[in-house]
Design a protein around this ligand. Structure first.
Ligand code: HEC
Length: 165
C-alpha cells in the first residue's frame, strides 16, 4: 500500500488521539475536569464584572443613566449570579497557601467556601435577587439604591470567600 499523503496521515493521527481520549476510563464521578469548571466560573464572574462596570459607569457623577439599558445589564448579572454557585464542586477547591498562580486560569476561591457552602450559596442567591429587583425597578432612584446594595454584596462575598493572592 502507498503511504498515505501527509494530510491524511495527520488526520489519522488526530482521529486516533480523539478516540484515545474517548476510550479513557471515566473518572470516579465522571465529572468535567476541575480546571475547566474553574475556568468557566472565572469567565462567568468576569462577565458579571463587565456588566456591573457598565452600570456603575452610567451611575457615576459624569455618567448618563439609560435606565432600560442599565436594567438589561442588571438582569444579566442576576442570571449569572444564579448559575455561579453551581460551579463549585469539591474537586475545584484548589487554592493553596503560597502556591504560584496564573491569575487568568487558577482559582482564588477561598477553601472556606466548602466548609460553609450553604452560606456561600445564600449570598449568591441574595445578590442575584437584588440584581433582579434592580432590573425591575420602576424609578432611577430605586435602581440606584439597589445597585449600591448589590455592590456591597459583591464586596461582602469577596471579603469572606476570595483570596487576594
Ligand atoms: C456569593 C459570592 C460572590 C458574589 C455575590 C460575587 N462574587 Fe465575584 N467572586 C467570588 C469568588 C468566590 C470569586 C473567585 C472565583 C475563582 O477564582 O474561582 C470571584 C471572582 C470575581 C472576580 C475575578 C474574576 C476572575 O477573572 O478571576 C471579579 C472581577 C468579581 N468576582 C466581580 C464581582 C462583582 C462585580 C460582583 C457583584 C455584582 C461579584 N463578583 C459578586 C464570589 C462572589
Amino acid at each position: 500500500m502507498r503511504p498515505a499523503p501527509k494530510q491524511s496521515r495527520m488526520l489519522i493521527g488526530v482521529l486516533a488521539a480523539a478516540l484515545g481520549v474517548a476510550a479513557l476510563p471515566a473518572s470516579a464521578e465522571d465529572q468535567p475536569p476541575p480546571k475547566d469548571t474553574i475556568f468557566a466560573r472565572k469567565i462567568v464572574m468576569g462577565e458579571i464584572d463587565m456588566n456591573m462596570d457598565e452600570i456603575e459607569t452610567m451611575l457615576a457623577p459624569e455618567g448618563k443613566l439609560e435606565l432600560s439599558d442599565a436594567q438589561e445589564h442588571a438582569e444579566v448579572i442576576s442570571t449569572l449570579l444564579m448559575a455561579f454557585p453551581h460551579l463549585f464542586p469539591p474537586s475545584t477547591n484548589q487554592w493553596k497557601e503560597g502556591a504560584t498562580r496564573d491569575p487568568a486560569t487558577d482559582t482564588f476561591a477561598n477553601p472556606a467556601i466548602w466548609s460553609n457552602f450553604s452560606d456561600f450559596y445564600k449570598r449568591a442567591t441574595e445578590a442575584s435577587k437584588i440584581a433582579w429587583n434592580a432590573s425591575h425597578a420602576k424609578k432611577p432612584d430605586e435602581f440606584r439604591a439597589q445597585i449600591k446594595e448589590l455592590r456591597l454584596r459583591c464586596n461582602g462575598c469577596h471579603a469572606l470567600n476570595m483570596k487576594t493572592e
